[in-house]
Design a protein around this ligand. Structure first.
Ligand code: FNR
Length: 408
């Protein structure tokens, strides 16, 4: 903030509109369709933003506080701020070694990074890049129960502070932008690094082939995706070309990465399968929220997956207050989908969230300036939250309450 006031022009714009515009310019059509796109006609994505417009902050004056304390306690751990990085798969579309850059940026800013099950670097490599910094691991419930256990075991060994199970993607949503370009990244092997680095997954591939995993085959589709990715990192094109993912791995991934039959009975087995705190992500109905906590979940994420799964779904922010009312003041609620600024974080906290996750904005920072770009986006959101708290008369997170808002 000071640097900006003193006249240094940042590489990453301080407002979301400009950030989005520049990131789009820096990205291929294929990468932009996947990362920025949403389900169907984009109504859920738009509604996520409109929901924030329905609320206005009512600043209170002369609180007398000089400093703000942005820290929060989540799952028994102190976090420097109520902002976490959401799990985002196929990040390599926005730049090579995406997850390593994000991991380093998270560590440098003291922000918890939720590693995606569909990440582009093995979780062990991300953990090594983060040292002692806080990370959680996000799991899609595979059709193969052995793979579920293997991924959980690896997350524990890689120092994850929580296991986030995403419930809203038992099948992939209807995403016309990707379909029209014929460009879903997973079908080209982008975003399957947690799988190809997994012993149980490799065993499944080998069993299917009846022999150890075969030589890589470069398909036309894979070439197209590699070309699209190399727009962000031209020097890496040849290196990527030399180590393409075998087609059998991609096909196996598509078959088993998620279980369309996922039920509360599956989730009921979680408690005895891991010692990690359990977070269930993708909940929008108060009854599902209650059920999650009855089952022993430690937290939930109120989320519609950034508007990427069900078109014309309820906004995450729209669902939040009802869920808080249903579960009472105690349980930990996180929110994502549509957070774009510090003022948005303030609004979500006032409506009952304990913390929020940021998705696309940090990916846009990555597209513009790698690790530094991610750091800038995080710092901008936190700085604006800090200033909003200063100007609204809320010296700490606990003082951001419902009565700080009014309907517009
Ligand atoms: C996601 N999201 C997601 N969620 C998840 O649980 N596992 C994943 O692998 C992914 N992958 C993913 C890829 C991309 C490109 C996007 C944009 C999103 C959803 C993500 O965690 C989060 O819920 C939303 O991104 C939050 O909404 P905003 O901040 O993007 O509006």
């Amino acid at each position: 903030y000071r640097a900006g006031v003193l006249g240094r022009r940042p590489r990453v714009p301080a407002d979301f509109g400009e950030l989005e515009r520049l990131a789009r310019r820096a990205s291929s059509a294929v990468a932009w369709a996947y990362v920025a796109g949403g389900a169907g006609e984009g109504r859920t994505m738009r509604r996520n933003r409109e929901a924030f417009e329905r609320w206005a902050i009512v600043p209170r004056m002369a609180s007398g506080a000089v400093e703000r304390d942005l820290s929060v306690e989540l799952l028994g751990q102190r976090h420097a701020t109520p902002l976490l990085l959401a799990p985002v798969g196929a990040g390599a579309l926005m730049g090579d070694d995406s997850d390593l850059h994000i991991a380093r940026a998270a560590a440098a800013t003291g922000t918890t990074y939720v590693l995606s099950n569909q990440g582009c670097n093995p979780m062990e490599d991300c953990a090594a890049a983060m040292g002692d910094a806080s990370r959680w691991f996000q799991l899609y419930w595979s059709k193969d129960e052995g793979l579920v256990d293997s991924l959980i075991g690896r997350a524990e060994a890689a120092g994850a502070g929580a296991l986030v199970v995403t419930l809203d993607t038992t099948v992939l949503g209807w995403r016309p932008q990707d379909l029209n370009l014929g460009s879903l990244p997973f079908s080209r092997g982008v975003g399957i690094a947690q799988y190809t680095s997994d012993p149980r997954f490799r065993q499944i591939v080998a069993e299917r082939l009846g022999r150890p995993a075969a030589r890589p085959q470069v398909t036309l589709g894979a070439l197209r995706t590699l070309l699209a990715m190399s727009r962000n990192h031209p020097g890496r094109f040849l290196a990527n070309l030399r180590s393409p993912v075998p087609r059998a791995s991609v096909e196996t991934f598509l078959d088993i990465y998620s279980n369309p039959g996922l039920s509360w009975d599956h989730l009921a087995t979680l408690r005895e399968r891991t010692r990690l705190p359990i977070v269930l992500k993708g909940i929008l109905h108060p009854d599902d929220a209650r059920r999650a906590f009855d089952l022993g979940a430690d937290a939930i994420v109120v989320s519609n997956h950034g508007g990427r799964q069900v078109d014309n779904a309820v906004a995450s922010l729209g669902a939040l207050a009802g869920i808080r009312e249903a579960v009472g003041p105690g349980p930990a609620l996180l929110l994502d989908s549509g957070i774009r600024s510090g003022a948005d974080v303030f609004t979500a906290l006032a409506l009952g969230a304990n913390a929020v996750l940021l998705g696309r904005p940090y990916m846009y920072g990555l597209a513009l300036d790698g690790q530094r770009g991610v750091e800038d986006v995080i710092r901008n959101v936190i700085a604006e939250l800090d200033l909003t708290m200063a100007l609204a008369g809320t010296p700490d997170i606990a003082s951001i309450t419902r009565d700080r808002l009014t309907h517009t």
